[in-house]
Ligand binder design. Sequence first.
Ligand code: F6R
Length: 238
Amino acid sequence: MRIIEAIDYEHMSSLAARFLIDKISTNPELVLGLATGGTPRGTYKRLIEDHRMNGTSYKEITTYNLDEYVGFSPDNPNSYHTFMSENLFSELDIQKNNIHLPNGVALDLVEECKAYEERIEKTGGIDIQLLGMGSNGHIGFNEPGTSFEANTHLVELTQSTREANARFFNHIDDVPHEAITMGIATIMRSREILLLVSGETKRSALKELLSGDVRESFPASVLNRHPHVTIIADQKAL
Ligand code: F6R
């Protein structure tokens, strides 16, 4: 596990964007796993700036997002489809057909989880998975206690995750109770992982992760078993 120390959120975002741009330049057909939330927003902003200024192209890039809320259609303003479109995709030359997020309004949600997993496999797997981490150690929406064997699946969100995400909604009651998420096994099959960690609220989770104690009650700890992980963390989180 390689740990890169950033001065602050902005610096972490610049380093993460540089990391991804270098990979995209080396392999213009990269399959990228992406995350939503506050942590990667600054990175996405910089990818857009770079695309505008330097012309880095996403025409042949394929993306798979970690998760989506159940019950939210792609055009719901609080869906992760909308988040990704507003924060990244609409500003890049990426092809719509190459963008993948779970369908939170699929008639058969269990079937959708299976199909999502199959789509990733058919593409040849994820080259680089970008991750944020919850202060309880969740990655994707894999809450504490999730089996390390889990593939893409349906989850019930914990109260603490719903409270943390309420900042993106008008009221906590509007935060869904369920989501579809890539499983820990799905994430671990990525060839490379880039984890971003910022701010004091993540400090104890990062300490826990770096302790090397791998257990299902702290999902991010599984990353200690992955051969190719880079963590970019800012000083407040370290
Ligand atoms: C987002 C995701 C979550 C977030 C985590 C941290 O797609 O799957 O695991 O990465 O909740 O969220 P922020 O970055 O908002 O602190």
